[in-house]
Ligand binder design. Sequence first.
Ligand code: MF3
Ligand code: CO
Length: 302
Amino acid sequence: MRNLFLTLRIFVMMKIGRNDPCWCGSGKKYKTCHMALDEKIHHYELEGHIVPHRDILKTKEQIEGIKESSKINIAVLDAVEEMIAPGISTEEIDRLVHDMTVRMGGIPAPLNFEGYPKSVCTSINEVVCHGIPSKDRILKEGDIVNVDVSTLYKGYFSDSSRMFCIGEVSEEKKKLVQVTKECVEKGLEMVKPWNFLGDMAQVINDHAKANGYSIVVEIGGHGIGLEFHEEPFVSYVTKAGTEMLMVPGMVFTIEPMVNMGTSEIYVDDEDGWTVYTEDGKPSAQWEITVAVTKEGHEVLTW
Ligand code: MF3
Ligand code: CO
């Protein structure tokens, strides 16, 4: 079956003549636009690597659209940063994210996404991700909380999250938050054309492990842009030289979930969303949306 698809894809590739208009809609001739890139990708594919299909590679215009969405996403997170403090409920964060996103012309992407009931995820301490805001959960001194904001604007999605330390936080929690941020920064350095997603995963996993932490296996990042979650699934536990080839035009998230203890997790069976660490130890996560460019990468949300 795989061979059949491969053959079909080669056939489709060959069908575009050198002087035909490029498939990307740039209006340029194929030979002066995507032809060299397609040939290079095809070469990796023949070597057995996973390569991105054309439909996940974003055009300049699409990346501009994602950037506009990202501006709202960042502004909302900046506003959360201003208001977050001991005594605030996670419901108040939800209201701010919802109202500000809508005021700026966007839609909070989590709201009603696969039945999710709120506009943002607020994940505190041993909650790994997908914590549901509630008026009963009041932030208190010593909490660490991830606020994960996802924005839809004029058809384009952006996604990022930050950690917040509420009041005075223990040294060990502070370190977890800091190291998790470093994981994203180190991973980002690996984002450039012709590297593999596994190259990024390896440095992230190595840094977490070197600090005695573990990385969640089952939940990872994702392609993003025209949909909230697109191909590929982005793991942070895979090995260098494996997983999808990075190609200009790919847009995906870097969002490792780093656990202080075991990587094991479970999902709350009552709400069906909240993900906890199995051992009850804290977990941290930072998330950015990044585009692979010809030269390297561009961070769209941070
Ligand atoms: N924002 C999460 C991510 O980074 C997804 C949350 S799905 C939701 O992919 F429904 F819980 F919002
Ligand atoms: Co995400």
